[in-house]
Design a binder for this molecule. Structure first.
Ligand code: 5GP
Ligand code: ZN
Length: 119
């Protein structure tokens, strides 16, 4: 398991910083975003320190697949019964703030604002 001692999400994964956890197993953690941008807003991370999606390779495929495969169940459990938005900000261009790969799950009872204007 890779770990960056200065990484805030590694510290959350290690239990050194508190977080409102909603799911945990040996390689995945999901917890509420500290600044929710929607009625449901949680983050899913691999416990292994992978800085961003730009750093992922084929060896990361199993855990990345598991994260996506779990998202729907956790979103439903959190109150997003009819869909959700999945965001992975990556690097400078993607305006990533925390360099430990994380998937944002945003949802709630009502449709979110559109992200990209149509027409
Ligand atoms: P990014 O811009 O890197 O995709 O998103 C980082 C997210 O992590 C932000 O939505 C921010 O609110 C959240 N975040 C940053 N620090 C903490 C923290 O210490 N605890 C929790 N629960 N969320 C955090
Ligand atoms: Zn980390």
């Amino acid at each position: 398991m890779r770990r960056d001692p200065s990484c805030i999400f590694c510290k959350i994964a290690a239990g050194e910083i508190p977080a409102k956890k909603i799911f945990e197993d040996d390689e995945i953690l999901a917890f509420h975003d500290i600044h929710p941008a929607a009625p449901v807003h949680f983050l899913m991370i691999p416990k292994d320190h992978l800085p961003s999606l730009a750093d992922a390779d084929e060896s990361d495929a199993p855990v990345l697949g598991r994260l996506l495969a779990l998202a729907g169940r956790l979103a439903r459990e959190q109150g997003s019964a009819d869909g959700f938005r999945t965001i992975v900000n990556t690097g400078r261009v993607g305006r990533q703030d925390v360099y430990h790969l994380h998937i944002h799950i945003l949802g709630g009872p009502s449709p979110l604002p559109r992200m990209i204007a149509k027409e």
